[in-house]
Each structure stands twice: as structure tokens, then as C-alpha cells.
Ligand binder design. Sequence first.
Ligand code: FAD
Length: 604
Amino acid sequence: MADYPIHEYDVLVVGAGGAGLRAAIESSANGAKTGVVTKSLLGKAHTVMAEGGMAAAMGNVDDRDNWRVHFADTMRGGQYMNNCRMAELHAQEAPARVKELEAWGAIFDRTKDGKILQRNFGGHRYPRLAHVGDRTGLEMIRTLQDHGIHQGIEFHMEATILTLLKDGERCVGAFGYDRERGRFMIFHAKAVVLATGGIGRAYQITSNSWEYTADGQVLAYHAGAALLDMEFVQFHPTGMVWPPSVKGLLVTEGVRGEGGVLKNKEGKRFMFDDIPENYRSQTADTPEEGWRYVMGDKNARRPPELLTRDHVARCINREVKAGRGSPHGGVFLDIAWIKEKIPNSVEHIKKKLPSMYHQFKQLADLDITQEPMEIGPTTHYVMGGVQVDGDTQMSSVPGLFAAGECAAGLHGANRLGGNSLSDLLVFGKRAGEYAAKFAKQQGAGKIDHAQVDAAAKLALEPFERGPAAENPFAVQHELQESMQKLVGIVRVESEMQQALDIIAKLKSRAAKAGVGGHREYNTGWHTALDLDNLLTISEIVALAGIERQESRGAQFRDDYPEKSAEWAKYNLRISKGADGKPKVERVPVMPLTDELKQVIEEQK
Ligand SMILES: Cc1cc2nc3c(=O)[nH]c(=O)nc-3n(C[C@H](O)[C@H](O)[C@H](O)COP(=O)(O)OP(=O)(O)OC[C@H]3O[C@@H](n4cnc5c(N)ncnc54)[C@H](O)[C@@H]3O)c2cc1C
């Protein structure tokens, strides 16, 4: 084996977003020597982009809220595909995690009596999102980072993990390279926590950062761990559609939480036309009642714009397809209208939604305090990911843990807005704690030199093929286009099969991809190395999408438009078969305990 630097840790955390930082803090607090690797600079992970807030049933704005309501909301939103143990732990522990963040220095917006302010969001029965204007992710990352760097954690910035290292069945570290110089490095660890985020860069229109190339999911899959629920990819209803350079950029649900309404080109508030049966009793009958809800009237029910994301995205899709869309292929989201209701609406909007105000002003030359925005669905979040134990976050590979967006379970078939940031805190902490415990119980495993040599050889092959070979950017672009068109918001089997054929061809092209130049900050090389992750995850999403022959949550099948009682019983688990291909299996959904059944009944 070549003489690569070896970094020794008890616990290695891959990812420095909310989940990774929270895991590292807990691991370190439990006495484990902890290292963190991140593709970007510290403070720049995707979590920094989070806007609307983190969901926790603190009851600061409406004292009827408690963990039981939050649990029931999360399960209903996830169409009961959730790992109910995770949904229970999340609802119970989120308030303590938010208060802890405050104790570490996070400065939340405040109620008049000085408590953490909570805002309305889709699918949450009561105002529940602790927030800092529409820059909550920035405050979260800043706070965790400030706290973390004083815990003796070591950080490796701008470094990418390429493969996990195993000793028999157990995960004992990782192999990667630093992006600045292109040098290889080995991490020898007793436990590894994956906290690498999502997969949105497999699609053309996405709110996700460049980091979202499915690395954690595919690292785990190749290492023998199972993935779960990969058919459930969330399309957020409100991304920018104009100008083209920013297509997909997120418009926070906070806009609707503050009273923004959706209209088609005829000026009709179309969300009142289609209210799902299981939400009817919780949804306003009239615009007037919806506005009263936004203003905090406890006797009013939420406006239909605050139904779950899957439903709102499909309603927008329907309007556009029916020719009632906006000039650039979306619909209108109007917050300016609240001037009819409150005298200081301009200041109010600027104060509550400062980033949205600037985003539209600077990127689209549009003043959202005066004019409606044009918006449409954008690929946003993946509910599926690494299958983990709900309490410990350990995957099916001993010593390999996962938390945050790259893990599966909490959100079922559809995530409620705000439930991700609290997920990062609750399960990031748990992953760090149990990884440290695991590390204490285990001796150091052995690094297998053959695994390292094979990974290094594979990583350098694009240079051997050179710049005249297949262009990695072209392969990436064609994949994104195909996933957008064929495995998107509305799916049919024939199109997903077509996507699988395209992916197979793109895989052989990716195996011939080549780059020129040297190893320092070579973006062509980085892209060539991302391709296996993007292609593997795309194949898995399409396979799972084909297998689930029903419409549920984020997966809408035009050829199976109804929910099926039979499919309600199963999650889909995907692992690498003996033939090296993805093996898709139905596994029974985790049964509810009697107590949790009762909670759901009482919240109906
Ligand atoms: C615009 C926007 C707004 C959002 N707003 C909200 C909101 O208001 N509320 C909410 O709950 N959710 C929100 N979300 C979702 C939420 O932000 C994400 O789900 C969450 O931040 C994911 O956090 P994470 O810790 O799992 O991953 P991330 O924050 O993405 O961190 C992943 C880390 O892994 C690193 N990494 C990835 N691959 C590798 C590799 N191979 N080697 C080394 N490092 C690697 C990355 O560099 C990064 O450091 C929003 C999402 C977007 C896009």
C-alpha cells in the first residue's frame, strides 16, 4: 500500500451539516476521539441553506401542542410508512434539543413574553417551527460549529470519502482524498457515522446544494448496508421558476406560513378545490378562516396552502398541465395580498422573510411585498436512505451509523417541513452517543491494504483515460435530464423502465469517463468520481418506484393513482445482491405499539 497519511479516531463522522456536527459533539462529549470529514468548508454544509425553522412541540405559541400531536402529525404526513419508534423519539426529544441549541447560543425569534417563537408550517397542526427569520439553518450551523470547535473535534475540510473500509463484516474506517491537492488519505476508526445529506443532484431542477450526490447512501450500500424507502423523493411545491439561472431555488414554506396564497393565472385560489379526506376536518372552509388561522386564532383551521408538500406539489402540477399556469411554467405565490389585511405589510414581510425578499429582488428583480412570485415544484429532499435502528442509528453493518437526511425512517412517505432540522439534532445526538459507545466496546479493526489499493486505482482511472475520453459532465447532465423527465413528480412504469435503460447506458459511458490536468481542485475529476453515486442511486430510486404499484406520499403513479391497502403494509428495502445488482424486497412496516395506536386515534 502506498504511504498515505492515516488518521486514527474512535469515531469518524462523515459530514459537517447539522446531523454530522451534532453527532460529533455528542461523540466527543462521550469521551471518544472524534474526527469530521466534509466536502465543503466548515459552516458551508447544505444545512446552512435551511430557511423556515425546526419543528418541536414546545407549545410556546399554542399551548395545546405536545409530543403526541407532533407524533400523530408526522405519521399522518408520512402516510404511516414511518419507523414509528423514530417518530416517537423525535417528537419527544425535539424540544430538549432546541432548548439545548439555545443554551449553546442560538438566537431565535421571540414571542412577546420572551419565549422561542414558533411559526406555522404545512402538515403541523399548531405553530411549531422554532426559527430565526428565514435563516434558521445558518444559525443552527453557526451555533453547532462554535460549540463543536471547543470540544477537541478534529476537522478535515474539503475532503471527500470515496469508500468505506471493512474488517470482515465490520466498518473500520474510510478512504478519501483532499479536494484541494487531490491527495489520498485513510481514516482508521472504531465506528463511522454517515451524515452526508441527500441525493437531489441526480435531478435537473433541485433546491439542493452541489454536495447532494448521494455519497452516504451509496457508500453504505456498497459496504453491505440496506437502504429503505428510496422511492420517496420529495418535490417541494415552491421553487423559483424564473429566471432560468435560478430555476429550482427554494422559496420557503414560511411564505405560506405567514399568509402567502397560491393562485393560477385566472387569479383563482385553487388549493380549495382539492382537500384530501384525511385532512378535511383540519382544513379551513373559507379564505377568511385560513387568514384567521395565520393570525393565531385558535378556533380557526389552517388554509389549504399548508397541506402537505406532496399534495400541494401535485395540485400545482395539475394547474400547469391544465394550461392555467404562470407565464414561465409555474403558478403564483402571493404574500403581497396581506396588505389588504395589515397596514404595515411591507415591513412585516421584510422582517419575517428577509432572505426571500432579497432573493427575489436580486435574482428576479421582483418586489415580493408588491407582486406575486412565480413558483413551481423542485426536487428537495429524500425520505429514503440508510436503514437504521431507531434508537441507536446503527445500520445493518456493525460500526456503521447514519443520521440526518442520509438515513431513512422518520419521515415515511413524505416529510413535513421543519422535521428535518429537528431530525438532525435528535438523531445526530443519538448517532454520536451510540457510535461512541460502540467504539468503547470494540478494539480497533484492521485496515485491509488491498481495499485501499483498489479504491485508489479506481479513483485515478479517469486520468489514465484522459480528456479525449467520455466527458463526465455530459453523463451527469444526461442523467439529471432523464431523472427529471422520467422518474419525477408523476411516474409511470414505462417511463421508469426507460430511465433504467438510459441509466444502464450511462453507466457504461461513466466507466469510460476521462479527465485531463492535475489532481488539484480538478472539478472534472470530482464529477467523474461522483458519477457512480448518482447513477447507483438513480437506478435504486427507479427500481423502488416501479416496485411500489400505488400512489402514496411523495410517490405519485399515474398508472396506479390510488393508495392500496396491501401496499400500506410494506416498506421497500434495497441491498446489494450476490450478483452485485440492487435487490428490492418488501419488508413489513414497523407495527405501532398499543400506546402509539391510541395517540393516533385520539389525534384524528
Ligand atoms: C433551501 C432549503 C431550505 C430548507 N429549509 C428547511 C427548513 O426550514 N427546515 C427543515 O427542517 N429542513 C429544511 N431543509 C432541509 C434540510 O436543510 C436538510 O434536510 C438538512 O439540512 C440536511 O442536513 P444533514 O446534516 O443531513 O446534511 P448536510 O447539511 O447536507 O450535510 C452533509 C455534509 O456531508 C458532507 N459530505 C457529503 N458527502 C461527503 C463525502 N463523500 N465525503 C465527505 N463529506 C461528505 C457535505 O460536505 C456536508 O458537510 C431545507 C433544504 C433546502 C435545500
